[in-house]
Each structure stands twice: as structure tokens, then as C-alpha cells.
Design a protein around this ligand. Structure first.
Ligand code: ISE
Length: 343
């Protein structure tokens, strides 16, 4: 089988990381086209990859006959148009979160894909491909812990860029815990409240940090999340599941534990999500490439979170933004999945 020819749209932090992984670690695929709204950036990337071209217009890149599939790592507000173009040209696409930036457009994307009767859109919630999360899910599904009751999550970043505001904590960071909750429990989230305690004096003025999110699922399970994005320490993501017959925790960063003079012990913590979830991203992209390669026979060009998962996450974050503003619990407004055949 010949290599899948991928167009990577957006070669910023995440897109450039995907270009590097597809080029060096993924089998059965190569980067054939790159695009970025800063054209020179894409041209520079293309020069370093044999057989790769830069195309200035993202929609031309999607339509290009020498492109089989697309990785979208462009800014969220551009996703709707680009996803619809992928559907129009029947090009499988792995879209970094968010699916789109608002509920109506996310739902429209879900509907348009469902009308085609095929699965072309996968959303880049990479934690589902992380060994620890997969292990926790397997433990839960195995039934050993009995019924799940509560999830405690910690999501800490050492720092965020200057443009990162309190709403981005919800849409950019909390969104991963939203997906983890839905993945582990297999239930929709029905309400969310966000509490803002005393702000870290080191945070930029106006940024509520930390934030505590409290969510409830359709089955009545409780989820709490500490979001703290200016710790100045390192990247920490921990999840503790409490269930009927015990509990389980992941994200303890227990790699190498060193003991040395002058009588101290310790290890290291990953500096950012790129390192913490590096292997998960590799697995995610390899499985997506394999699914796209075999999609011709199944009609399913995905192996992971779907457009519906992207829509559900957007709906919860939308309620989360309202909750951040009001301080009150807000009900999540979502359509019934059964009302969209094929979603
Ligand atoms: C970032 O955009 C990500 O997606 C990371 O996974 C998350 O941990 C971080 O908080 C976000 O800003």
C-alpha cells in the first residue's frame, strides 16, 4: 500500500510537532503538503521534508488531488470552514480541539458528516491514547472496582501565553477533562459550575487562576477539576477515580526515583503536554493513519473521538463559560444524539 499523503494545516506548536512525528515515527504516511496563515513558516517547514510542498490557501490544500487526508492544527475559529471542505472533498481529517468554537457550528458539522453516511472526522483528544488513561478505562470496564462514583482531576500548567484568559482555561484546558470524563464514564455531562478562589499573585492581571470546575453526569456522578495554569513548576495532570470497591489514580509522574547526596530523593516532572502526552500523540496518529488506510473497505476513516465527541465537549465548555461568568451551576444544553441518525 502506498504512503498516505497528508496535508498538515497550521504548523505552529502542535502542527509542527505532528509534522515531525509523521515524518520520523509514523509508518504508512508522509507529509505531502503544509499550510500556515504565515506563509513563510509553511515554506520553511516544506523545505526540510522530501516531496513536501507549501500551499498558501488552506482550502486549496484540502482540495489538492495529491492530498489523501488532512491534519487540522489551525486556530479554532477556522475549523468549521475547513472541516466542511474536508467533508465536501471526502477527505478524512484529524482535527485538533476544538471541533469548532461554538455549539451551533459544531452541531452543523456533526449533521453534515452524518448525512454522508461515513466517518471522516476524528477529534484530537489525545489522552484517550495515553497508556495510563487506557489502563484506567480498562480497570473500570473490567468491573473490579464496582460502580464509579467520583472523579478528582488536577490540571496544572507551568505557564500560559500572554493572550491566555480565564475563558481559555475552560475552552483550552478544561476541555480535556470534559473528554476524559465522557470517555471514562461513557455518559454525557449535564451540568457544570466554576468556582474562582483567591487568584495566584503570580498570574497576569485579570486571569482567574486557579479555577475549580464541578461537573455532574447524566448518571449523577461527580467530577471536580482543579485548573491551575500559572504554577511556575511543570506540567501536572492527575486523575483519581473513586468507586464502589476502591479507587485508582494516574499521573503520579513516578518515573525514575533518585536518591543521592546530600540525603534527598526525587524525580522529574514533564515540562509540558508535548512531553507528557508525546507517546499518546504518536499512538493517536498511527492508529488514525491505519484507520484511514483501511477506511475504503469499512467506510470508517477514524479510530478515536468522533465529531459527536467534539460537539459534546464544545457544549459543556459553552456552559462552562456561562458558569464562569455567573458562578452558578449551569445546565448543559445538548441535542439528543438519537435525533441525528448516523451521528
Ligand atoms: C493546551 O492547549 C492543551 O491542549 C494542553 O493539553 C492543556 O493541558 C493546556 O492547558 C492547554 O492550554
Amino acid at each position: 500500500m502506498s504512503d498516505l499523503r497528508i496535508a498538515v494545516l497550521g504548523v505552529g506548536l502542535m502542527g509542527a510537532d505532528h509534522v515531525a512525528r509523521i515524518t520520523s515515527r509514523i509508518s504508512g504516511a508522509r507529509v505531502a503538503v503544509v499550510n500556515d496563515y504565515v506563509a513563510e513558516k509553511a515554506e520553511q517547514v516544506a523545505v526540510g521534508i522530501p516531496g513536501c510542498r507549501a500551499i498558501a490557501d488552506p482550502l486549496d490544500a484540502i482540495a489538492d488531488p495529491d492530498v489523501d487526508a488532512v491534519v487540522l492544527a489551525t486556530p479554532g475559529p477556522t475549523h468549521e470552514k475547513q472541516l466542511l471542505a474536508c467533508l465536501e472533498h471526502r477527505k478524512p481529517v484529524l482535527c485538533e480541539k476544538p471541533l469548532t468554537t461554538d455549539v451551533d457550528t459544531s452541531l452543523e458539522v456533526v449533521r453534515r458528516e452524518a448525512e454522508l453516511g461515513t466517518r471522516l472526522i476524528q477529534v484530537g483528544f489525545m489522552r484517550r491514547f495515553d497508556d495510563e488513561y487506557a489502563g484506567l478505562k480498562a480497570l473500570l470496564d473490567g468491573g473490579e472496582l464496582g460502580s464509579p462514583l467520583v472523579l478528582h482531576c488536577v490540571h496544572r500548567n507551568p505557564a500560559v501565553p500572554d493572550h491566555f484568559d480565564s475563558v481559555m482555561t475552560v475552552r483550552d484546558s478544561l476541555v480535556h477533562e470534559v473528554d476524559v470524563t465522557r470517555f471514562l464514564f461513557g455518559e454525557e455531562i449535564t451540568s457544570i459550575q466554576i468556582v474562582t478562589p483567591t487568584t495566584n499573585p503570580a498570574a497576569r492581571e485579570g486571569l482567574f487562576d486557579p479555577q475549580i470546575a464541578i461537573m455532574r453526569t447524566a448518571g449523577g456522578k461527580h467530577v471536580d477539576v482543579e485548573l491551575f495554569v500559572t504554577t511556575g513548576v511543570a506540567y501536572e495532570v492527575r486523575t483519581e477515580l473513586v468507586a464502589e470497591k476502591g479507587s485508582a489514580m494516574i499521573g503520579l509522574d513516578v518515573g525514575l526515583v533518585r536518591k543521592s547526596a546530600p540525603g534527598t530523593w526525587g524525580g522529574t516532572i514533564t515540562p509540558s503536554f508535548k512531553e507528557r502526552f508525546g507517546r499518546a500523540y504518536d499512538t493517536e496518529i498511527q492508529r488514525w493513519v491505519d484507520a484511514v488506510q483501511s477506511g475504503g473497505t469499512t467506510g470508517i476513516y477514524t479510530d478515536g473521538p468522533t465529531a459527536w465527541d467534539g460537539y459534546a465537549a464544545t457544549a459543556v465548555c459553552e456552559a462552562g463559560v456561562q458558569a464562569l461568568q455567573s458562578g452558578q451551576p449551569v445546565a448543559v444544553d445538548m441535542v439528543d444524539r438519537a435525533s441525528i441518525p448516523g451521528a
